[in-house]
Design a protein around this ligand. Structure first.
Ligand SMILES: [Fe+2]
Ligand SMILES: [Fe+2]
Length: 192
């Protein structure tokens, strides 16, 4: 017997898929961060850690909505394939791009048709945060591919992560509030 109302079945299915995706992204980025540190790419490691934290926030947000809708958040964590840091960055960017172009827009559309405000909010926050990850990964890839290890990718650095939506920035105070969810910037987590 399921406690999930029939009209929410697809929304919950989508939330579960997103929860699983974010949980695996967290595991993947954590492993990639360790590899980047081993490679002496400490700034890239900082970025992986910041993005990993953001994906954890997304997973928790999705889990909360799954619970509200009567479901249970469960994810299968797959073994992580760790390659060179350049390849890891490319794999990370590919994953973000899939979520930005395909997964979240589809899920958002379905939740919007259902007028499911809680699902819309968690999908929207994740979608916008993934765009910040894609931008930063693309920048790191360009620097590493050009051999610029003396740039920010080489040295551990602070990233700022919104504790509500996972928006990630390399700038200490980009705005007064999170541009996605309006959380005050002073509440942002500093991840190094
Ligand atoms: Fe992300
Ligand atoms: Fe935010």
């Amino acid at each position: 017997m399921s406690a999930i109302a029939a009209e929410n079945a697809i929304t919950v299915q989508n939330l579960l898929a997103a929860f699983e995706g974010e949980s695996n992204a967290h595991a993947k980025y954590t492993a990639f961060a360790a590899k980047a540190d081993t490679d002496g790419l400490h700034g890239a490691a900082s970025l992986f850690r910041a993005a990993a934290r953001a994906e954890q926030i997304h997973a928790a947000n999705h889990a909360r909505v799954i619970g509200i809708l009567g479901g249970q958040a469960e994810a299968e964590i797959h073994p992580v394939e760790v390659k060179s840091t350049l390849e890891n960055l490319k794999a990370a960017l590919n994953g973000e791009q899939y979520e930005i172009d395909t997964m979240y827009p589809g899920f958002l559309q379905e939740a919007t048709e259902r007028k499911n405000t809680a699902a819309i909010r968690t999908f929207h926050g994740a979608l916008e945060a993934e765009k910040t990850h894609a931008r930063l990964y693309a920048e790191a890839i360009a620097l590493l591919a050009a051999g610029k290890k003396d740039s920010w990718i080489g040295e551990a650095r602070d990233f700022y992560v919104c504790p509500i939506c996972g928006y990630t920035s390399e700038t200490e105070e980009e705005h007064e509030r999170c541009p996605v969810c309006n959380c005050p910037w002073e509440r942002f987590e500093i991840i190094r």
